[in-house]
Design a protein around this ligand. Sequence first.
Ligand SMILES: Cc1ncc(COP(=O)(O)O)c(C=O)c1O
Length: 444
Amino acid sequence: MKIKGQTVIVDAFKGYSRRDFVKYFFAGSALTLSALNKLNASIYQSITSLNERYIEDESPDGVYWDALSKHFLFQDGLIMMNNGTVGPMPKPVFHTLMKYFRVQVTNPFDVYAFIPRKIEEVRTKLAEFINASPDEVVITRNTTEGMNFVANGLDLEEGDEVLLSSMEHPGGTHPWRLKEKRFGIVIKEVPIGLPPKSVDEIVSAFEKAITPRTKIISISHTVFISGLIAPLKELSQMTHEKDVLVLADSAHGIGMLDLDMKRLGIDFFASSPYKWLGAPTGVGLLYVRKEVQDRLWPTIASSGWNRYNNARKFETLSQRADALTIALGEAIDFQNAIGRERIERRIKTLAGYLKRELKKIPGVKLHTSEDPYLSGGLTAFSVEDIDPEKIVNYVREKYNIVVRTIGNKIQGTYGVRVSTHVYVSLKHIDMLLEGIRHLVKNKK
Ligand SMILES: Cc1ncc(COP(=O)(O)O)c(C=O)c1O
């Protein structure tokens, strides 16, 4: 195709029959909407029969997961091992997204008779998915927005202290930097190891840094540089005795880990469901524990901010791209059809295999903990005398594997980061390892 935009559109529809493709562009037709429903129903039917065949067994040969990976949208041959920024979408989510965009476009007024109800259904699903109450769930645009809502909405005074870890993402540091500049709060950075050796190492580093002026710990749950999964449960147990709040930046957490807000015990939790959960870009989650809601001001105010007595008061954002939120509900359905616990287990199995094999390669330094409690689907590493960029470019060119560089040289965190979501197979990991071994063997 000559027109670049068109080429992209056609690529996105690879894997569909020509007939389906034509149907997608049949705007507003009832047939098209029912075709989308049918496609989704057949995908869920196929997952149900897979589940029946492999009830407990993870199918170490990968049959279950190989079959499942067909339900994701990828360009032909692309091996997606980077869930940062934005991850791929399962087909049912894309279908629902198109369906509701079309519904909204073709009858922009009447849809508001049912859209608010649909959004509330998604809130309830989201709450169940993370073991929270719907009254604690704010549907945001992304993690960064959630982090800003918390930093902006807390009453802090000059001299009040906020503890961050040394490995925060800009979306988790800048909301506090802004507050520092406006209100004179004090930000203290707590170093964490690459990787830390134990839960206790992290918890005691934060405990030591707490003073009578400390108001909140703002920490990455899923550390983007190192792949660490921070021990939120132990941190919140330690802080609650001291009346220090905990805000978790879990940009990668939802869809990667089997989350349980009650078990974690934190106060605030921000996440981006378009990285690991397969939701569309532009819809996010902020959990605000019921008991701390009256300590947080809404950042954006329209009708309802002073009326709601629950998390909805933080969400009076006026008109939204509702199709995104409804598609988020579909992403939850898709993962529920497989099982959250099963997904986390598979992700960790793949990451464990990758780490074990990486360690056998001379010169490799793992930046990610090998402890499955302190790690998840993000694995970071460096190789002595090989620029991470060289690895990233080589495996893309040779195998069409997408991984990324991460961290920085000054901090000593510069490396390669690999995501191992459920559509990645052991075979893909072996290809990646083969590429790294090749570069190690041929380094000058
Ligand atoms: C740990 C962490 N926090 C925050 C963000 C920002 O996420 P978003 O752009 O979805 O707000 C990212 C992005 O990758 C991240 O990895």
